[in-house]
Design a binder for this molecule. Structure first.
Ligand SMILES: [Zn+2]
Ligand SMILES: [Zn+2]
Length: 258
C-alpha cells in the first residue's frame, strides 16, 4: 500500500494544500487538494473518493476532479461517505447552481459522480479495500476510515476530530494512523470547541490506544494549522519523545509505503 499525502494543511497557500490522501493511485480520501496536486494522467487513475465529512476543506475538489473526469475522459467516480455528508454535498456543492451538475452530467444514465452511502460500524469492500467507517468527534457529523488492502496492510485516518476519537480504537488495528493537529496546545479550549486536536489531546488519545491495543502504530499528523506549524511540530515532537513513539508531521507529496 502506498499512501501519498496530497494536502496536509488547514489552509491553502503556496506550498500548502487542503486535506487529501491518495492510496495506491486510485483511491482518494478527502478531496481538499486533489487536482492541484496531481497531473491529468494521475487524476485519470482515480476511481473512488471517500469523504469523512462535508466541510469545504475536505470536499471542494470533488468539483474540479469531476470536471476533469467528465470533460476529458468521460469517466466515472464513485463517492462514498455517510448519508448525512452526501446529502449536504449533493445539495450545496453539486446541485448545479454554481457549476455543472456532475450527478447528471454528461447524462443521468452515466453521470460523472455516483454517490454511495456508507454505514458506520459496517465493513464494506470499496475499490478492493476493506473499509470500515467509525464516528469521529468533530463539530459536524464525521467519520474516520480504516482502510485495509487485500494483502492485509491497514491504515486508520481519523479525519477531523477532537478528544474522544479513542472510542474507535477498540475496532481497529492499523499499521499507520493518520490524524490531525490543527493548532497549538495553548488554543486547546478553542480547538476542542471547534472539534480539533492539539498535541496534548493527541497524547491522551494515543496513550489510550497503547493501553487498549498494546502497541502504537506509526502516526502521521496532518490538517496542520499553517501559521502554527513550527509550534505544532515542537509540541508533537515532545509527545513522540514522551510516548517513545514514531509521530511526525505530514507534508505535501509525502509518500509512505506499507
Ligand atoms: Zn471539518
Ligand atoms: Zn478540516
Amino acid at each position: 500500500m502506498v499512501i501519498r499525502v496530497l494536502g496536509a494543511h488547514l489552509s491553502e497557500l503556496r506550498g500548502a494544500r487542503l486535506t487529501s490522501l491518495l492510496i495506491d493511485s486510485a483511491l482518494v480520501v478527502d478531496a481538499g487538494g486533489v487536482t492541484s496536486a496531481l497531473s491529468l494522467s494521475e487524476q485519470k487513475k482515480i476511481k473512488t473518493v471517500l469523504l469523512t465529512h462535508h466541510h469545504f476543506d475536505h470536499t471542494r475538489d470533488l468539483v474540479t476532479l469531476a470536471a476533469n473526469t467528465g470533460y476529458y475522459w468521460q469517466g466515472q467516480l464513485a463517492v462514498h461517505a455517510p448519508r448525512y455528508t452526501l446529502d449536504i454535498v449533493t445539495k450545496y456543492l453539486l446541485d448545479g447552481t454554481m457549476y455543472m451538475n456532475f450527478l447528471e452530467y454528461p447524462s443521468k444514465e452515466k453521470p460523472t459522480l455516483i454517490c454511495e452511502a456508507i454505514e458506520p460500524y459496517t465493513r464494506k469492500t470499496i475499490a478492493g479495500y476493506d473499509v470500515l467507517a467509525l464516528p469521529a468527534k468533530h463539530s459536524v457529523p464525521a467519520v474516520g476510515y480504516q482502510i485495509t488492502s487485500a494483502d492485509g496492510k491497514s491504515i486508520f485516518y481519523t479525519g477531523d476530530t477532537t478528544l474522544g476519537i479513542s472510542d474507535c480504537w477498540q475496532h481497529i488495528s492499523p499499521q499507520l494512523l493518520i490524524t490531525e493537529v490543527a493548532g497549538p496546545n495553548e488554543y486547546g479550549d478553542w480547538l476542542k470547541k471547534a472539534g480539533h486536536l492539539c498535541a496534548r489531546f493527541l497524547k491522551e488519545e494515543l496513550t489510550q490506544f497503547r493501553q487498549l491495543k498494546g502497541y502504537l502504530p506509526r502516526v502521521i499528523v496532518i490538517h496542520i494549522g499553517n501559521v502554527f506549524e513550527q509550534k505544532i511540530k515542537e509540541e508533537v515532537a515532545q509527545v513522540a519523545q514522551k510516548l517513545e513513539a514514531d509521530i511526525s508531521l505530514g507534508y505535501e507529496d509525502m509518500k509512505v509505503i506499507l
